[in-house]
Design a protein around this ligand. Structure first.
Ligand code: NCD
Length: 305
């Protein structure tokens, strides 16, 4: 049962086998057509965001309200006692007394995992440093399956900052449960880390690493672009070298299949030119919508009695 298996919460995409993914996608799909409900009436969600967020926090909060629940939280470490020197562990041991589930974003890669060790209530990882962002990956899969009809057999490009981008880490882990052809598209400096590739190889995922997306654009069904993660670079000169490495433009669309779809977790900086936005192939704003049904499904599963 999902509820029991995920009693600690949703920390990593590695927790999900194919059956779990199919189950939660089905629940997400059911939420698309559901109006507001009272499923989580009297429940309280705590959102602890130590890093900036627009979509993740607001969609979690909106999802909770749409399920009839309540939200407490803070949106910068500056206003919590962490600023005074309090540990994450003590913060979690406190907030769990005030809520039924905690959504947390933090710059440390192991933060959500650590929090789950100290909490008796479920923790949802809303982004842990360069590590993972599992609920984004679930909403990405919901977007792809709803908009492309299937996952199996697709040629999917993951492009941009594959080294520091947590969304692509979680998404590739989830995709390793499916029969898909993956193209990791990045400059050499921003390739997937070896430890991430080792994991995907163990799962026998089929992938290729390339630098020029134009070479394969005509065979892709899905291109998932990402921002170069400026805040993770130790040396900003290195960031300057790669920051404008890719810019997808409207004329690139001419070389794509009719059913091609362009996704991005957002925020986008310069990697997609705004002249692409009006194409029906550009579905990154639709993708933000799917955050609501997906997160409603996750919250409902974790907090239902
Ligand atoms: C992503 C994140 O925070 O990792 N944003 C999001 O949650 N939609 C992507 C990013 O910041 O580049």
């Amino acid at each position: 049962m999902f509820h029991e298996k995920f009693a600690e919460g949703v920390i990593s995409a590695k927790q999900f086998d194919r059956e779990d993914i199919e189950y939660i996608l089905k629940k997400g799909r059911e939420m698309i057509s559901e109006k507001n409900s009272n499923l989580l009436r009297d429940k309280i969600l705590a959102t602890l965001f130590f890093e900036p967020s627009t979509r993740t926090r607001l969609s979690f909060e909106s999802a909770m309200y749409r399920l009839g629940g309540n939200v407490i939280g803070f949106h910068t470490g500056d206003v919590s006692s962490i600023k005074k020197g309090e540990s994450i562990a003590d913060t979690i041991r406190t907030v769990e007394n005030y809520s039924d589930c905690i959504v947390m974003r933090h710059s440390l890669e192991g933060a959500a995992k650590m929090a789950s060790k100290f909490a008796q209530i479920p923790i949802i990882n809303a982004g842990s440093g360069s590590g993972e962002h599992p609920t984004q990956a679930l909403l990405d899969l919901l977007t792809i399956t709803e908009e492309c009809g299937t996952l199996n057999g697709l040629n999917i490009g993951l492009m941009g900052d594959l080294k520091y981008g947590r969304t692509v880490h979680s998404l590739s882990i989830l995709l390793s449960n499916y029969d898909v052809n993956i193209y990791f598209i990045s400059p050499v400096e921003l390739r997937m880390r070896n430890r991430d590739k080792d994991f995907l190889q163990q799962r026998q995922m089929k992938y290729k690493e390339i630098t020029d997306y134009r070479k394969i654009l005509n065979i892709l069904d899905v291109l998932y672009m990402t921002r170069v993660q400026k805040e993770r670079f130790i040396d900003l000169e290195e960031y300057e070298k790669v920051k404008n490495i890719y810019t997808f433009r409207a004329d690139d669309l001419e070389n794509t299949k009719g059913n091609f779809r362009l996704l991005h977790p957002l925020p986008r900086i310069t990697e997609i030119n705004p002249n692409v936005d009006n194409s029906e192939k550009a579905i990154y704003f639709k993708q933000t919508y799917y955050g609501i049904p997906m997160r409603k499904a996750i919250l409902a599963e974790l907090m239902k009695n």
